[in-house]
Write a protein that binds this ligand. Structure first.
Ligand code: SAH
Length: 207
């Protein structure tokens, strides 16, 4: 089966399971070639609904997790979004189809380069990959309309809450190394109103 067909089948599955709901988000999934974000040896498996290794002990998240997180972020065309944990760049690529600008931070220099190259191959022009510790955020471009953390943290880092706009949305897998809960927070004054969307597993945030 060719990759186009596999992509269509995956999207059908994600929609049938209720992970993908919003038409413009479904369209974004149709537009991003996931095969450009996995290791060359894994291209044939790019549309399996599982996480995959991308080297350096890190993974590209499973498509259903990208679908869930993208839906919960309620992306809008005027949004400036910060991602912490660019990894392969795939989540940033999906968001790039839905928002104005994505700043994607990645701690590991080689993966920052990998994400940049993948985003270029996929033709995503409104994403800047920044190499550095994303738990401190990226104050230069703050405040952000939305912040998405795609590595596990014991709590949502304070500097990120600070860099979020009022009424902005922040989401993160919060918990220990082996299990976290997907937490979505909305900022009201300096407080976060949070909601728990259940268990998930991400690689840990490091410093
Ligand atoms: N969103 C990615 C998958 C994330 S995997 C994708 O779509 O492919 C989590 C990533 O977070 C890893 O690449 C890891 O190196 C990175 N990471 C861990 N700690 C970090 C930190 N403090 N700042 C930025 N990135 C970090």
């Amino acid at each position: 089966m060719d990759l186009q067909k596999k992509r269509k089948n995956l999207i059908k599955h994600l929609t049938a399971e209720g992970f993908l709901k919003t038409p413009k988000i479904i369209k974004a999934f149709e537009e991003v070639p996931r095969e450009e974000f996995v290791l060359p040896s894994e291209r044939d498996y790019a549309y399996a609904d599982t996480p995959q290794g991308i080297g350096y002990g890190q993974t590209i998240s499973a498509p259903h997790m990208v679908a869930i997180m993208t839906e919960l972020l309620k992306p809008s065309p005027y949004d400036k979004v910060l991602e912490v944990g660019a990894g392969s760049g795939y989540q940033a690529a999906v968001l790039s189809k839905l928002v104005r600008k994505v700043y994607a931070m990645e701690l590991i220099p080689e993966l920052a380069e990998f994400a940049r190259a993948n985003l270029k191959k996929a033709g995503c022009k409104n994403v800047n990959v920044i190499q550095g510790d994303g738990s401190r955020g990226y104050p230069k471009e703050a405040p952000y309309d939305k912040i998405i953390i795609t590595c596990a943290c014991p709590e949502i880092p304070k500097p990120l809450i600070k860099q979020l706009k009022q009424e902005g949305i922040i989401e993160a897998p919060v918990g220990g190394t082996w299990h976290q809960n997907l937490i979505v927070g909305t900022k009201t004054r300096e407080h976060l109103k949070t909601k728990n969307y259940g268990g998930c597993i991400f690689v840990p945030l490091r410093h």
